[in-house]
Design a binder for this molecule. Structure first.
Ligand code: PRT
Ligand code: ZN
Length: 283
């Protein structure tokens, strides 16, 4: 049987979460900072540790079957790969920002101005779509200091908390794209069965992260009110308690509206609520 290869970032913002995701899929491997390849002992897979910028091309060219990389890098490198799964980490947006004291308040005012960026391809397409002609200055890093040094009128860079813009006296002005880490692959991979198996494992881990397992106690007369608050669950498990007319309800609740849902359940008579993380959900 062929051994699959998955390329992940060697070090940087996506490394830790990529390793954690693969470990949560039950894959056993060593994460030595010095090695470029790590074999997985319990799945026909090798992990390649690379600079993130090289990952899309390695996947396109078939050196790796799969890769984990930010959407921004894929768009910038303009490679032919398939998006297999959004992974929910490494979230950020590519934004144009201008100095706080700048009066630019309309995209058209960027006409004829200079914009420093490490994303000339994405920015170029964005400006073209808007019919704007700016002078794109491609630099390799520390984009945020360029207006202060008089190198450009504006910048286009990734933003997550916004702290870097703020501490450099810049304000976000326009959103160019939003990005997160994604699993990429190639059409017509020779080992589609293994690829699918790995995608299913990844999806079961992601699904579990989005939900919590909840056990609560409720008087039987309040059970209809409780189940009405649990849409999406076909039929929660209801277990009679040893004493009185009480039951335990076992269910799953989506993480995104967790606290709202819990307070509604309490108002409807739920008591002794126990919440547990879920490791995997296999459909
Ligand atoms: O060495 P290698 O080439 O592999 O890594 P790298 O230095 O090119 O990339 P790295 O590790 O910095 O980022 C990897 C990926 O993380 C990016 O391609 C994005 O998809 C994603 N990501 C998420 C970010 C950010 N958030 C982010 N905030 N990448 C960079 N930043 C930088 C941004 O460029 C700016 O300098 O963080 C600063 C802004 O952050 P805030 O929080 O102050 O807004
Ligand atoms: Zn990089």
């Amino acid at each position: 049987m062929k051994t699959l290869k998955i390329a992940i970032q060697k070090s940087g913002r996506l490394n830790e979460k990529s390793v954690e995701l693969l470990k949560n899929c039950g894959l056993n491997f060593e994460n030595y900072k010095s090695s470029l390849i790590s074999p997985v002992s319990n799945f026909p897979l090798e992990i390649l540790f690379l600079r993130d910028d090289d990952i899309p091309e390695y996947v396109q060219d078939g050196i790796a079957d799969l890769g984990i990389v930010g959407e921004n890098v894929i768009q910038e490198t303009e490679v032919e790969v398939s998006y297999l799964q959004k992974l929910g980490f490494g979230k950020c947006s590519l934004k144009i920002a201008v100095p706080n004291n700048n009066t630019i308040d309309d995209l058209q005012q960027l006409n004829g101005r200079s914009i420093a960026t490490t994303y000339p391809v994405i920015l170029g397409k964005f400006l073209k779509e808007k019919g704007i002609t700016s002078d794109i200055r491609t630099i390799s890093g520390s984009v945020e200091i360029s207006p202060g040094l008089g190198l450009s009128d504006a910048i286009c860079d990734l933003v997550s908390t916004g702290g870097t813009l703020k501490s450099n006296g810049l304000k976000p002005f326009a959103d160019v794209m939003s990005s997160e880490a994604v699993l990429i692959g190639r059409k017509g991979s020779e080992n589609e069965d293994l690829v699918q198996e790995l995608i299913q494992r990844i999806q079961s881990v992601l699904r579990a992260k989005e939900t919590k397992y909840v056990v609560l106690n409720v008087e039987r007369k309040n059970l209809p009110a409780i189940t009405a608050l649990l849409p999406g669950v076909k039929s929660p498990s209801v277990v009679p308690l040893a004493e009185g007319d009480w039951v335990a309800v076992h269910t799953v609740i989506p993480e995104r509206d967790f606290w709202d849902r819990i307070s509604q359940l309490k108002q409807a008579g739920a008591q002794g609520i126990v919440v547990m993380p879920i490791e995997k959900i296999i459909l």
